[in-house]
Write a protein that binds this ligand. Structure first.
Ligand SMILES: [Zn+2]
Length: 350
């Protein structure tokens, strides 16, 4: 290379490096050459314990389920009242016997006196109609207000009869009462979910009255207060960022199960810790996705659970989460069969 060529080359390189690139345009392609296993079917018949299928026809889902090895799907209906009952019937009552339904907590008349008694009656009605559980969502603790206008705490004692009734009739109560830790922090350059929150600022709980720690503490009080009731803490008990916390919670509460819905991205970035966690708590973990049932989505879950593939993209439907990739955790067969199927079967009525 002549001196003139060299000068030209350096000028070109520095001009390029000065171009400013917007973070949202940065889309690096990995140069890693790694093994890629496509797992088309779960190694054991699987139960997807966490999904929302109200708008779908169960019959249309069967071919996807067959191809992916999904034996059973659970629809957590998001409708309430008579509409909720008809959703329970649509899935639980489907002749294939491959669907179950979990009912959604109806808070619509919370400010009307007598609500807490009605909540118990509604649970009984949903279970009579076939529901195998009750889902409580994050509006509790964040926005729901009682007849005096006060924010209703998750561990408000007026809810005790409801949780006790669930234990009495033998259905689990599923809680989803918080979101990732980053959603409770300011949307700034330090936030690891910045891109997602910048696109959806309404997902931020930074301004909520209770901190995430407060919300989890209230929820954990409920688990401890009702040892006769089984609870399912969805999304790795909302704390996949800290599996030591979740392990401690499971140790303290034998009545608690967790699901892995929509949290593969978190688990897969800590493969050594996650693998140990799955092995230790193999009896307490439910497979669930919380994502639209599609082959690619299921295959990515199977790849995460069953292989030791490295540095691959996680299932993300809505938007990019953090800027990281995941690793498989290569679970042993006995753990896989419990997580995929056996743990869920104790809740399913056929
Ligand atoms: Zn969900």
């Amino acid at each position: 290379m002549t001196d003139k060529d060299k000068d030209k080359f350096l000028a070109m390189v520095s001009a390029r490096a000065e171009v400013e690139l917007r973070l949202s345009d940065f889309d690096p392609r990995t140069m890693m050459v790694t093994r890629q296993h496509i797992i088309e079917k779960a190694k054991f018949p699987a139960v997807d314990f966490h999904n929302h299928l109200d708008g779908m026809d169960p019959g249309d889902l069967l071919p996807i389920m067959d191809r992916c090895g999904i034996e059973h799907l659970i629809n957590i209906t998001m409708r309430t009242g008579d509409e909720g009952i008809s959703m329970i019937d649509k899935f639980q009552g489907h002749p294939s016997n491959r669907f179950s339904a979990i009912g959604w907590m109806d808070w619509s008349d919370l400010p009307v006196p007598g609500f807490f008694d009605r909540a118990v009656e509604r649970l009984e009605r949903m279970v009579d109609c076939g529901a195998i559980g009750l889902k409580i969502w994050k509006d509790l603790g964040i926005s729901l207000r009682d007849d005096h206008g006060a924010l209703l705490c998750i561990d408000d004692e007026r809810l005790c009869p409801l949780f006790a009734k669930a234990g009495e009739i033998g259905v689990p109560v599923m809680f989803h009462i918080a979101d990732p830790d980053a959603f409770f922090l300011p949307i700034d350059r330090f936030n690891e979910r910045y891109e997602e929150l910048a696109a959806h600022p309404e997902w931020s709980f930074h301004d909520s009255i209770f901190s995430k720690d407060d919300l989890l503490a209230q929820r954990d009080n409920v688990f401890a207060r009702h040892p006769e009731t089984t609870f399912v803490a969805a999304h790795i008990a909302e704390k996949p960022e800290n599996l030591a916390y979740v392990g401690d919670l499971l140790d303290r509460n034998p009545n608690l199960m967790i699901d892995i819905g929509a949290r593969v991205a978190e688990l897969g970035r800590q493969p050594f810790t996650a693998r140990d966690f799955f092995i230790r708590y193999a009896d307490r973990i439910l497979f669930g996705t919380d994502l639209v049932p599609e082959e690619e989505m299921y295959q990515l879950h199977f790849r995460f659970l069953e292989t030791s593939d490295e540095y691959f993209d996680y299932p993300s439907h809505a938007s990019r989460q953090g800027r990281w990739k995941i690793y498989g955790i290569d679970l042993p067969d006995d753990v896989l069969s419990k997580v995929y199927r056996e743990n869920a079967m104790r809740f399913i009525i056929r």
